[in-house]
Design a protein around this ligand. Structure first.
Ligand SMILES: Nc1ncnc2c1ncn2[C@@H]1O[C@H](COP(=O)(O)OP(=O)(O)OP(=O)(O)O)[C@@H](O)[C@H]1O
Ligand SMILES: O=C(O)c1ccc[n+]([C@@H]2O[C@H](COP(=O)([O-])O)[C@@H](O)[C@H]2O)c1
Length: 225
């Protein structure tokens, strides 16, 4: 199901659980918090545009970026230190008053599971409604995540289009997921790391401050695919 982003809508979207206002409906009642989880190694404009588009379409009050602590499904590759990924995320989001960054995943020991992230955010914001934002590639993997069946009780999931990936909610709980089209940015953190390693520019793929931070900290100098 691909939901229409209907700016005239005022009620619950077809296929969404009771109480989940349709995208475009006027915000009312509970605070609406977006959660953008990611390894952010480094954060790039694909992440930022997806968060911004979803914030607008779903009338979110805030989007919390949550850098992963230990991304267990990326254990086959080198991941930059959590503090570097956290700081790059802070730099990238600092100018947007609607964006914030949480340390909850990097401060929790062990592998990062979204079920823990969402439980913790729910405890911190008991009156808020949570919207977990993912790209098409991550959405396609959700069934492999820890306690995947519980995730949809904790948050409404929003899958975003991403070049090179098919956006689908097949196999996911009916009403638990909305699919949205966002401006296509064929940017990946992997490509950014490879570019830095090869001495190629990453200007305009990531925010300027992130380019400078990567050079200051000499990140990705020896990045491997
Ligand atoms: N260009 C993009 N457009 C839309 N969503 C994206 C884009 N890049 C990443 N995302 C989404 O942002 C979230 C965090 O992604 P992540 O930090 O793993 O970036 P990545 O570019 O996929 O990294 P890598 O190349 O290292 O795997 C995921 O849900 C992912 O699907
Ligand atoms: O909960 C899990 O088992 C799980 C497995 C893989 C990824 N995730 C989450 O998905 C988000 C995107 O992750 P990644 O690895 O694509 O950067 C991030 O918030 C991760 O913590 C979560």
């Amino acid at each position: 199901m691909r939901e229409q982003v209907d700016t005239s809508g005022t009620d619950t979207a077809p296929g969404t659980p009771a109480g989940t206002p349709a995208p475009g409906s006027a915000p009312r009642g509970r605070r609406r918090l977006g959660v953008m989880g990611g390894t952010f190694d480094p954060i790039h404009h694909g992440h930022l545009v997806a968060a911004s588009e979803v914030a607008s379409a779903f009338h979110l009050d805030e989007v919390i970026f949550v850098p992963t602590g230990q991304p267990w499904q990326k254990s086959d590759r080198d991941v930059s230190p959590a503090e570097d990924r956290y700081l790059m995320t802070v730099i990238a989001t600092a100018e947007n008053p609607q964006f914030s960054v949480s340390r909850i995943d990097i401060d929790r020991n062990g592998p990062t599971y979204t079920v823990d992230t969402l439980r913790e955010l729910q405890a911190l914001h008991p009156d808020a409604e949570l919207f977990f934002i993912t790209g098409a590639d991550a959405l396609a993997q959700i069934i492999s995540w820890r306690s995947s069946e519980e995730l949809f009780d904790l948050a409404h999931f929003i899958g975003c289009t991403r070049p090179g990936h098919t956006l689908s909610d097949t196999g996911l709980p009916v009403g638990g997921v909305s699919l949205v089209e966002v401006p296509a940015l064929a940017i990946s953190s992997t490509d950014c790391r490879m570019r830095v390693a090869k001495g190629e520019p990453i200007w305009y793929l990531v925010p300027d401050g992130v380019v400078r931070y990567i050079h200051k900290r000499a990140l990705y100098a020896s990045a491997r695919p």
